[in-house]
Write a protein that binds this ligand. Structure first.
Ligand code: P6P
Length: 346
């Protein structure tokens, strides 16, 4: 019996690069550098229960959130790998108040900048729930020399690549360079990511909605009306849907991407721009979901058309299956006509 050929990530990147006749290999090389760091993070995440790497560093990050040791480790691995890549002139990381500009000879004139959430969902580290890395690659706007803030503050449609790694029961890398979405599973026995989910497409309709309903009193009426719509008993439209919320965006997003569904982190009366960050959480996930046939909106506009004003800017997000995003936007638009009781206007 002929065994199906296993396609490694490296082979896939080489093949994909052939499809871009003017490709110089810089983006491919940058992707490899990100993947190398992800393998190092994966090794520590898998050991987290065994070595004294759990618990907090006692410090907190720029957002006042408790920083876990693994967050710091992950941030360091990606920054070190990107600094020496030669293809990246700077990084904006959730773990760093300001962007980092690489001034070594190879890096300072490099073509790309990277926005990254090194370890998303870190509050789940200690309870062995899936966590993840999310990254976004942009071509710098300045020509050469140390990168500047405007190199990072670019709308999501300018991304050249985006991806995430989910460190779960298996470790998966899912990414796009604008020509579809592909998933790779890490085979620890050979240390290689192997193509396991070619050409991922999100089902147009889904049965899963993901939202932290404990904040109901803070949501706009339109959001609560959509959530109530999801709960109605109606066989014809496959309702009630199922509520699935892990509290780790990468894990919730990945499940919805494969099965169909909608993930929502809306604006709240206490957080008018929601919680999730535009540059290194929402934009990369929006690029992936659109490439997989889904939609991503802030409720006001397409996520990838938001013009960033600051590095750690937040945005409300509704992302997933086309039909489900259309439905929640329908409620949001209706509310604009009648106003909202909870004082959260869209
Ligand atoms: P809440 C994790 O801290 C995170 O940034 C995302 O991964 C996750 O979707 C969200 O926050 C969970 O936030 O307010 O529901 O605990």
């Amino acid at each position: 019996m002929i065994n199906k050929k296993v396609v490694t990530l490296n082979e896939f990147i080489i093949e994909e690069q052939k499809g871009f006749p003017y490709a110089t290999g810089e983006l491919s090389s940058l992707l490899r550098d990100i993947v190398f760091a992800a393998k190092l993070v994966n090794r520590e995440v898998n050991k987290a229960g065994l070595v004294d790497i759990l618990g907090t560093t006692g410090s907190s990050n720029v957002h006042g959130e408790e920083v876990k040791k693994l967050d710091v480790f992950a941030h360091e691995q990606f920054v070190n790998s990107l600094r020496t890549s030669g293809e990246c002139c700077g990084v904006a990381s959730e773990e760093s108040p300001d962007f980092l500009s690489f001034d070594n000879e190879r890096a300072k004139n490099a073509k790309y900048v990277v926005c990254i959430d090194p370890l998303d969902g870190s509050s789940n580290i200690d309870v062995n729930v899936s966590i993840g890395t999310i990254f976004s690659i942009l071509e710098r706007k300045t020509i050469s020399g140390p990168c500047v803030l405007e190199d990072f503050l670019q709308a999501g449609f300018r991304q050249v690549a985006a991806g995430y790694v989910v460190y779960g029961a298996a470790t998966l890398l899912v990414y796009t360079t604008g020509d579809g979405v592909n998933g790779f599973t890490l085979d620890p026995s050979i240390g290689e990511f192997c193509l396991s989910h070619p050409d991922i497409k999100i089902p147009e309709k889904g049965k899963i909605y993901s939202i932290n309903e404990s904040y109901r009193a803070r949501f706009a009426d339109s959001v609560n009306q959509f959530v109530d719509y999801c709960k109605v008993e109606d066989k014809a439209s496959n309702r009630p849907y199922s509520c699935r919320y892990i509290g780790s965006m990468v894990a919730d997003f990945h499940r919805n991407l494969l099965k169909g569904g909608i993930f929502m982190y809306p604006a709240m009366s206490t957080h008018p721009n929601g919680k999730l960050r535009l540059l290194y959480e929402c934009n990369p996930m929006a690029f992936i979901i659109e490439q997989a046939g889904g939609l991503a909106t802030s409720g006001e506009q397409r996520i990838m058309e938001i013009s960033p004003q600051e590095l750690h800017q937040r945005t409300p997000i509704f992302i997933g299956s086309k039909e489900m995003v259309y439905k929640v936007v329908e409620y949001i638009n209706q509310e604009k006509l009648v106003g909202s009781v909870n004082g959260v206007s869209h």
